[in-house]
Design a protein around this ligand. Structure first.
Ligand code: NOJ
Ligand code: CA
Length: 705
């Protein structure tokens, strides 16, 4: 790995007590556009301000903590030291949206100490990049403070405009909500309580989850999130709609009076604001990964990015089931001859997926419902001791399936639905990952459906943050990569632990199969691209060709055109990308299938060509190894014409472009299958325009001739 580090200490100030109010501690982004200042008020309360191009983005925003077993740490502080440093490196992603990532920032570190009797110390560190800022608290080692029990973190973002805001509620249990678009002053997270009928949900405050994205009338784009969430609770942002102020509100637990417990020394996660002039720059921002530490796993080439198919959509459609029909007798799952014959994960069915994948340049096959326990899954209170992660159902021959897959050059993707029964999963992790290693399986999809057991814990609290992170760190020892569903949010940890490959953490495709509220509306993904996707890779599971699937579910459908389903392979980034539909639906549509066959899944470069949050977006990505380019564009419920300029292509030579676009009169509801496929030749000076239907999109593959 190429690593270039320039570390220059710019200056160092050490301040005397009397100077406190005069000291103006600040730094700027390398290009000078963003400026951050930290100050203390007369009471010794720390606050910060953020300027973007000389306009205030965050005005006087206070910082501090409340504890359950000690006085709050938010005033009576003095500055005991400060320094500004500059850092510039280029690091490489082992897999990702791009190969080289520039990590260039100025850092301001301020050391504070209480002037009152406890004399506790706290550091605040700001990193200011061209695409935004991150700051965190450091609790340094100190003689009379061994452990912090945090009741609440009081980090403010005191905003200066009533931004157009794209948000989901600050649910302590799940991110699977539709986004709302309102003014900041009109956010009403509690209105979601009645709207949801999810397996788990808890919305205690008028708070939003992150990433939350805002667009100002002056064109400023902001997105608030966090980076490097380790051994801490997830952060929601409580909204003061009158004063346009956001305040951290950590996810808690009913089992403890604190929200976070940590031994000193420790650092909090980074609190982040991406700040750009345009929507495309938000997606191109690397702030979140850059704020994470470098790779701790070393070589992870045992995991290769891949497209995959699987025994999955058929269960969501009701064609087959996860369960087989067994009963638990004396603590053992027992085949009592009740098999209903609709079990999906049979040896025979999986072989069909293996054959199809091998034929179509798809490397993985996911198998859900292969193991015992599904008879007592959703709706059961007592889920500990139910799922078994090493024992297959009687009609699934793990040996036969894995050796057949190997013969065909395909890899089986493991599935662990933990049903949020954390102790059962924890106990079995070593044996379960060792089983995978034995069979040469290098990726697991895990699931955490249902209320967390132990009772009183929430999916996004410190207890679960540790569950998700520890599972991934353990899995790495067995050369296993993790794609968690019902996860904690992505915070760029994939840089440090590159076996954290993808995750759900949004309303995925599955909602189109069974939700009772009409599925994901056409605006969903044009919002997701500028909100959830800023956090990290998404296992959305695109590629549904049988858009209406009336033969399975007359009242459900996918609310996009077929061409948009193809576009998603480029627009949504993930190193594992599912071809989610049934084999028979692909076999009936060989022409659009060609795009899934061709499209890359690991990128050397990504360029966001255009876009507006919630409306549309076009992304071009260059495949690693081949140099082929792929372009995808999607729109919301409005049709539009997109002008494309191919200046991103190599300056020399011609490319063969295969264009898959909405056909005449295509429409997500009235005519979703109308698709036009054409071949043309293009070069870097070419310009074309493409019409996108309502809920439509387009995909282009470009091969150099
Ligand atoms: C929810 C996941 O999101 C879905 O993909 C999976 O099929 C089910 N849980 C079963 O684990
Ligand atoms: Ca889910």
């Amino acid at each position: 790995m190429k690593l270039l580090v320039i570390l220059a200490i710019a200056f160092m100030v050490s301040c005397k007590k009397a100077d406190n109010n005069q000291v103006n501690l600040s730094t700027t982004s390398p290009n000078g556009n963003i400026k951050v200042k930290l100050q203390l008020n007369k009471e010794g309360r720390p606050y910060y301000l953020v300027h973007f191009k000389n306009k205030i983005v965050a005005d006087t925003s206070f910082l501090g903590f409340e504890f359950t077993d000690a006085k709050a740490l938010s005033k009576n502080l003095e500055i005991t030291g400060a320094n500004v440093t500059n850092f510039n490196e280029t690091w490489q992603m082992p897999w990702g949206e791009q190969l080289d990532v520039v990590n260039h920032y100025n850092e301001l570190k301020v050391e504070l100490e209480e002037i009152t009797e406890l004399k506790r110390k706290l550091n605040i560190v700001f990193r200011v990049y061209n695409d935004g800022i991150g700051f965190r608290y450091e609790f340094p080692q100190q003689p009379s403070w061994a452990e912090a029990r945090i009741k609440e973190e009081h980090t403010e973002f005191n905003l200066t405009q009533d931004y157009k805001t794209f948000w989901i509620p600050g649910d302590w249990d799940i991110y699977e909500h539709l986004y709302s678009t309102t003014k900041l002053s009109e956010i009403d997270a509690k209105s979601y309580i009645e709207k949801t009928n999810l397996a788990q949900t808890y919305i205690p405050e008028n708070a939003v989850n992150t990433p939350v994205t805002m667009v100002g009338e002056d064109g400023v784009h902001l997105s608030f999130h966090e980076a490097a969430l380790l051994d801490y609770s997830g952060m929601t942002l409580k909204v003061d709609t009158e004063n346009l102020n956001l305040k951290s509100h950590l996810v808690g637990s009913e089992n403890t009076d604190y929200k976070v417990k940590r031994s000193l020394p420790f650092n909090t996660p980074w609190r982040t604001i991406q700040i750009t002039n345009s929507a495309p720059e938000l997606i191109e921002s690397n702030l979140i990964v850059n704020l994470n530490e470098s790779n701790k796993l070393g070589d992870v080439s045992w995991f290769t990015p891949m497209k995959y198919t699987g025994v999955w959509w058929e269960m969501h459609l009701g064609k087959s089931t996860w369960d087989y029909g067994m009963e638990m007798i004396d603590g053992q799952w027992t085949d009592i001859g009740k098999a209903h014959g609709k079990h999906g994960a049979t040896t025979e069915n999986v072989k069909r997926f293996i054959d199809f994948s091998a034929k179509n340049n798809i490397k993985g096959v996911l198998v859900e419902g292969w193991n015992t326990g599904w008879e007592r899954w959703i709706g059961f209170e007592d889920r500990e001791g139910v799922f078994d992660f090493v024992t297959p159902y009687p009609d699934y021959d793990l040996d036969a399936v894995t050796s057949y897959a190997k013969e065909k050059g395909v890899e089986i993707i493991m599935h662990h639905e933990t049903s949020a029964a954390t102790q059962t999963y924890e106990k079995q992790q070593d044996t379960a990952y060792a089983l995978m290693q034995h069979y040469g399986m290098h990726a697991v999809k895990s699931g955490y459906v249902g209320k967390i057991i132990p009772k009183g814990e929430y999916h996004h609290g410190q207890y679960m943050v540790n569950q998700y992170n520890n599972a991934a760190i353990k899995a790495a020892k067995y050369e296993v990569a993790v794609n968690a569903h019902e996860p904690i949010k992505a915070t760029g940890l994939r840089r440090t632990y590159p076996n954290i490959i993808s995750r759900e953490g949004l309303r995925g495709q599955e909602f189109n199969a069974w939700s009772t509220d009409g599925g994901n509306p056409p605006e969903h993904l044009p919002i997701v691209a500028f909100t959830r996707m800023l956090a990290g890779p998404i296992d959305f599971t695109p590629g549904i060709f049988n858009i209406k699937f009336d033969e399975y579910k007359a009242d459900n459908q996918v609310n996009t055109t077929l061409a948009q389903q193809l576009a998603l392979y480029v627009v949504i980034y993930s190193p594992v990308q599912m071809a989610a539909d049934l084999v028979e639906h692909y076999e009936a549509n060989p022409e659009p299938l060609q795009f899934i066959k061709d499209v890359g899944v690991d990128w050397e470069e990504s360029k966001v060509l255009n876009g507006a949050v919630g409306d549309y977006v076009t992304i071009a990505r260059k495949e690693r190894g081949t140099g082929h380019w792929f372009v995808g564009g999607i729109t919301d419920e409005n049709s539009r014409t997109i002008a494309l300029d191919f200046s991103f292509l190599d300056a020399d030579g011609m490319y063969e472009a295969k264009i898959y676009k909405d056909g005449k009169n295509a429409h997500w509801d009235d005519n979703p299958l109308a698709i036009d496929i054409e071949k043309i030749e293009l070069n870097s000076t070419s310009k074309i325009s493409i019409n996108l239907a309502e809920g439509g999109g387009f995909a282009i593959s470009l091969k150099k001739l």
